[in-house]
Structure formats: structure tokens, C-alpha cells
Design a protein around this ligand. Structure first.
Ligand code: PMP
Length: 454
């Protein structure tokens, strides 16, 4: 008999990103409640959530107003679809708000349920757009090594993380890869940021010319790379990239799944990185993670080209049962109103200043830390074996995972992606909680340094 929650989870639940045999031995961390910026496990232990779950919960874990919106919408219209010209009032509300906030001129919004679906949708739109323009040969997609764009087949193909390809024996799906703009890790000795940027853009142009621009539909980019190690690009990177892609008639697709809705101190990461994309995907912060909703946002130039040709090439045969679901849309619409009321970008920038002041003072100089980086209220801490040479730790030591475990022991949730620690806290944190988060990280780094006898 499996009578405890732990035993039932171990018996029946096949987990994401989890080693099954280790799970059988160790069991789950069961989170059973949320309160403000804390989550609480079944033993009553409280953890200050420095990652908003998975980069989502910008409004924390217990917003009553959103619970009421969901319940009242469910009583009024619990479910309906948006195929064949159908719509509903919360859907109209949320698409209008997204389009109004969007920096892409004349935005139209296609609703989906997850970041992966939003990215898949952008890719299919890029192909459809090229079919509509009579350029069906433009099919390849450029992505960047180290990128994360989701777990659907196309999302995983777009991603540049090796373990998401090799272990699934993934087909290539016409995705080609270029280097991510990781100055700390990949610049040559003595190379300036400007020279590094110029070198990356030149290498990309060589790749485009070798492949043939007439075979390339789009390039997908996270403005600030999240799961790839919170990589913040050098200042000139995106303006130069935008210019290069426009020159070769290649669409620029921004994956704003993490960087959207105030996280970077601007409404969207593309604004923080000084470029305007042709389309963008949004998710996570759109509902603060309260319900699954996401969107592909497309520029008017794309929309018009498609709309003009739909009679000839066939309607856009894409969409999901829950695209424009009234309950998820109602919650997201209210999340966006709350962001406006609280000035989410301003709040993220202010809390980010507090976070980076504490990280610079107390973490950057730590023996295990090579670099502290980030933008707005989004930070990464890269752990290194040697600060001077930037030499990484032997991956077998799993230093990042050790730091994550010790953070938890100190009541703080962060995430490690290899040896980079990521921080993406709720915007409803108090400044004191930001300091407390850093206290936990410093204590964890000290524990691990002692363990490694650094
Ligand atoms: N893009 C980025 C940048 C992400 O970080 C994620 C999720 N972590 C996704 C896409 C995929 O989103 P989802 O898990 O909602 O499909």
C-alpha cells in the first residue's frame, strides 16, 4: 500500500528533468503551500523562492485577487475555444493588453498554453509567412548554442543544450547554430566587448552566406539567455544582429518567455537590449505562472503578408484546444493589470539594484565565484575553480548542485544550471527578503567552499 504522499509520488509520478532511479531512492520534495515569496513543504519547512518557481511567479505564490478572478470566470464561462472566428471577453482583454505593451509595431497576439508552444508557433508562422511570400525555400532556423527554447519537438530542436539532443536522438529539423554572446566565458584574452561582438557577428554572417540566405527563414534569440547560464549580451550585440538579419531578409524572433513583463527592468528584454524583433514569444510572467498561458506576438508586416494570402495558401492551420481559454485569459489579463498598477518594470529595476549591490559586495569576491551578471531582477552567478584563469570546476564535482542543496538547507530556493546559479525572484519581495536571499546564498557558498577545502 502506498499511503504516504511521498510513496504515491514515487509509485506513480514520472518526473521532468529527474533521474528516475535516484527519485526511487530519494523521493520528492513535496511543496504543499505557497505564501508571499515562500513555498512550504509537507514537513512545514519554508523556503524563500529566489527563482519564482521556474522563472514564473512574479507576483509570489498567494495572490488572492487572482484566485478570485479564476473562480468567478470559471463560474461564468469555464471553457470555450477560439477556432473558427470564436472569441470570449477575457481573451479580448488579454490580447489587447499584450499588444498594447508590445514593442513590435502593430502587434497581433496568438494565444497558446506554454512557452514551447509559443516558440513552435513562431517557427510555423515564419514558414507560413515565407510560403505566403512565395519564398518556400526559406526554412532553416538559426539558434544559438546554449539556448533553451522548450521541450516540444521543435522547442528542443531549437535549443542548443547538447543533452536535449543526443539522449533523444533528435532529428535536426533544419536548425543551425551559432555562438552565444558569452563574453566572460568565450572572449579571447584581452579582447574588448566591441571586438568580441564584431567577431561573433562576422562569424554569423559567414554562416549565413555559407548556408545561403535564401534558405534561412529566421533566427531565434533569448534577449537575456536564461537556462543557458543567465547570459547578458555585450551592449552592441543585438543592434548589430538586427542589422545583419534585416540585410539578409531573415526574421528575428525574440524568446521573451523568461525576459518578458518587467523582468529586465523594461517591459520586454528586447527593449533592455535595444532591438525590435519581428515576433516574440511570451509565457511564464504573463500569468505569473498561476495558469498555463503563453502567446506568439507578431508584427503587422508579418500579419499583413499572411492575411493577404490566406485565401490562396489556406488558413493558418495551427492552434490549440485551449488557445484563448477564458479562465487562463482572465487571470493573465488581471496579472497584467497588477503589473501596471505596481509598475512591474520599475519595481524589478529597484529590487534588482538592491540584489546586485548585495551580490557585488558579498558574492562576487567569493573564492568560488567567477562572475556575477544579469539585468533587472534576473541574476546569474558563475562558479569557477580558479578566479584568475576562469577555469571551470570538473563537472563530476557537481559544485553547482552542491550549492543548490546547501541553499535549500539554509531555506532558500535558487536553481543551478551546471555551475551557474540563477536568481529570478518575485517582484513582491521586500528589500529585506532580497538581503535574506543573498544571506542564504553566501552561507551555501561558504559551506561548499569548506567542503571542497577551497
Ligand atoms: N523559452 C525559454 C527561454 C524558457 O526558459 C522556457 C522554459 N523554461 C521555454 C521557452 C519553454 O517554456 P514552457 O516550459 O512553458 O514550454
Amino acid at each position: 500500500m502506498h499511503n504516504s504522499l511521498r510513496a504515491r509520488d514515487m509509485a506513480y509520478h514520472f518526473h521532468s528533468q529527474t533521474n528516475p532511479r535516484r527519485h526511487e531512492a530519494e523521493g520528492p520534495l513535496l511543496i504543499t503551500a505557497g505564501e508571499g515569496c515562500y513555498v512550504i513543504d509537507e514537513m512545514g519547512n519554508r523556503y524563500l523562492e529566489g527563482m519564482g518557481g521556474l522563472w514564473c511567479a512574479s507576483l509570489g505564490f498567494s495572490n488572492e485577487r487572482l484566485a478570485d478572478v479564476a473562480a468567478s470566470q470559471m463560474r461564468r464561462l469555464a471553457t470555450y475555444h477560439t477556432f473558427n472566428h470564436r472569441s470570449n471577453d477575457p481573451t479580448v482583454d488579454v490580447v489587447e493588453q499584450i499588444a498594447t505593451l508590445s514593442p513590435i509595431p502593430g502587434s497581433k497576439v496568438f494565444l497558446v498554453n506554454s512557452g514551447s508552444e509559443a516558440n513552435d508557433t513562431m517557427i510555423k508562422l515564419a514558414w507560413y509567412y515565407n510560403v505566403a511570400r512565395g519564398k518556400p525555400g526559406k526554412r532553416k532556423i538559426i539558434s544559438r548554442r546554449g539556448a533553451f527554447h522548450g521541450s516540444t519537438v521543435m522547442g528542443a530542436a531549437l535549443g542548443g543544450l547538447p543533452h536535449m539532443h543526443e539522449s533523444f536522438n533528435m532529428p535536426g529539423l533544419n536548425v543551425i547554430y551559432t555562438e552565444k554572446p558569452h563574453y566572460y566565458r568565450n572572449a579571447l584574452p584581452e579582447e574588448s566587448e566591441e571586438a568580441y561582438c564584431a567577431r561573433l557577428i562576422a562569424a554569423l554572417e559567414t554562416l549565413i552566406e555559407a548556408e545561403g540566405p535564401e534558405t534561412i527563414a529566421a533566427m531565434i534569440v533569448e534577449p537575456i539567455m536564461g537556462a543557458g547560464g543567465v547570459v547578458t549580451p555585450p551592449a552592441g550585440y543585438f543592434p548589430a544582429l538586427r542589422q545583419l538579419l534585416t540585410k539578409h531578409d531573415i526574421l528575428l524572433l525574440a524568446d521573451e518567455v523568461v525576459s518578458g513583463f518587467g523582468r529586465t527592468g523594461k517591459w520586454f528584454g528586447s527593449e533592455a537590449c535595444s532591438f525590435v524583433p519581428d515576433m516574440m514569444s511570451v509565457a511564464k510572467g504573463l500569468s505569473s505562472g498561476y495558469l498555463p498561458i503563453a502567446a506568439a506576438v507578431i508584427g503587422d508586416h508579418i500579419y499583413q503578408a499572411i492575411a493577404d494570402e490566406a485565401d490562396r495558401i489556406g488558413v493558418f492551420g495551427h492552434g490549440f484546444t485551449y488557445s484563448g481559454h477564458p479562465v487562463t485569459a482572465a487571470v493573465a489579463a488581471d496579472v497584467l493589470r497588477i503589473y501596471q498598477e505596481m509598475d512591474a518594470p520599475g519595481r524589478a529595476a529597484e529590487l534588482g539594484r538592491r540584489l546586485f549591490a548585495a551580490l557585488d559586495a558579498r558574492v562576487a569576491g567569493h573564492a568560488l565565484v567567477g562572475e556575477v551578471r544579469g539585468t533587472g531582477f534576473l541574476a546569474g552567478i558563475e562558479l569557477v575553480a580558479d578566479k584568475a584563469t576562469r577555469a571551470p570546476f570538473d563537472p563530476a564535482l557537481k559544485v553547482g548542485a552542491l550549492v543548490e542543496q546547501r541553499c535549500r538547507a539554509h531555506g532558500v530556493m535558487i536553481r543551478n544550471m551546471g555551475d551557474v546559479i540563477s536568481i529570478c525572484p518575485p517582484f513582491v519581495m521586500t528589500p529585506e527578503e532580497v538581503d535574506q536571499l543573498v544571506d542564504g546564498i553566501v552561507a551555501a557558498l561558504d559551506d561548499v567552499a569548506a567542503l571542497l577545502a577551497v
